[in-house]
Write a protein that binds this ligand. Structure first.
Ligand code: KG4
Ligand code: ZN
Length: 343
């Protein structure tokens, strides 16, 4: 029985998962509304809120799982990457929970969690597989041959896909987070009304890295909105949203298709909050069907930040015995050494 904590950004998360990958509870206290008025996550506010919530969220996860702390065999926690103050709350709490009972602790790389979320039951994916993770903080394609690690085949060179959605939404005068707002509005628009750049940087022949870049696209939207002026841009908002969304989705889909072909993989998993996007889901289903690829698009609660995915990764990693982890630090950038080989 694993108890996992995840506090890398603005969600306070705790979960109880068995070593066989059965989710017993997966609790998320979202701070979304707290940050909405600032148009983005404010790190200091996030840390303070984590501190207020972490004990209650942990108790809630244990209660919903109907297990006592005495039944927990290991504690897992996101060590990074993320907001350092936010991570520290999770790491300190996990250390305290584990140390109080002399339990082993598993520090987990947040990205590894996203990559192996689909290995949870009841419909666990088996390696080898490709995983597309697109969230507000990250966008990358990873190959998994063994769930204890992953290899990044390509990633965003600047903004993440979710960030591109959020910034695009801001330019269109929509609220934060922008992804769901663009997704909704785009249904009323014509995606071919504007021809926004697809932004696939670098060479795209076999063996090349499969990177993304959404900065040209953002600039294109900004210029188009300026050109139209506030009134006309307001009127044409559904078309702008649809075309902008189409450009992001096509870039993600094109690189995913390329990665499947290049790596000769027939299983694909999705992760990250952008996996909620209806057009992305449709496109990915389409390209998977075309290639005879089996698709794992887990329920949204497992795509967005959550602690069950951190427990999922912890099942495949070597735990640190008590008291070895007492000096463990959170890390804003660096992944745990066992994972994240970037070529
Ligand atoms: O994974 P997530 O909950 O948090 C992290 O960033 O780790 O992802 C949040 C991101 C936000 O940028 C949000 O705008 C985007 O996911 N998002 C969407 C949709 N729902 C959430 N983007 C596009 N379409 C959606 N339906
Ligand atoms: Zn995440």
């Amino acid at each position: 029985m694993i108890l996992a904590l995840e506090t890398s950004c603005d969600d306070t998360c705790a979960a109880v998962v068995t070593s066989a990958g059965e989710i017993r509870s997966n609790v998320v206290a979202s701070q979304g509304l707290l940050h909405a008025r600032y148009g983005g996550v404010v790190p200091e506010i996030a840390s303070r809120r984590h501190l207020e919530l972490v004990d209650a969220v942990t108790s809630d996860a244990l209660e919903r799982a109907e297990v006592g702390l005495e039944e927990i065999e290991r504690v897992a926690v996101t060590r990074g990457p993320g907001l350092i103050g936010a991570l520290l709350v999770g790491v300190s709490s996990a250390k305290a929970l584990a140390a109080a009972r002399g339990l082993p602790l598993v520090p987990v790389d947040h990205l590894h969690g996203h990559v192996v979320a689909s290995t949870l039951e009841p419909d666990a994916i088996e390696p080898p597989y490709l995983c597309l993770v697109a969230s507000g903080g990250h966008t990358f394609l990873a190959r998994v041959d063994d769930p204890s690690s992953y290899r990044i085949l390509g990633q965003t060179l600047a903004d993440a896909a979710g960030e591109a959605f959020d910034k695009g939404a801001r330019m269109l005068g929509l609220g934060y987070p922008g992804g769901p707002a663009i997704d909704r509005l785009a249904r009323e628009g014509d995606p071919s009304a504007y021809d926004f750049p697809r932004s696939l940087p670098g060479r795209s022949d076999a063996g090349a890295r499969l990177d993304f870049s959404f900065s040209g696209l953002k600039t294109a939207l900004l210029y188009r909105v300026r050109e139209l002026g506030p009134e006309e841009a307001g009127r044409r908002r559904p078309h702008l949203a649809a075309a902008y969304q189409r450009a992001i989705v096509e870039a993600l889909a094109a690189r995913t298709a390329q990665a499947l072909d290049q790596e000769d993989l027939d299983r694909l998993a999705l992760g990250g909050g952008v996996a909620a996007n209806s057009e992305l889901r449709r496109r990915v289903e389409e390209l998977s069907a075309d290639r005879g690829v089996a698709l794992w698009a887990p329920e949204l609660a497992l795509c967005t930040d959550n602690a069950a995915m951190i427990a999922a990764a912890a099942r495949f990693l070597e735990p640190l015995p008590y008291p070895e982890y007492l000096g463990l630090d959170a890390s804003a950038r660096v992944a745990t050494p066992a994972t994240a080989a970037v070529p």
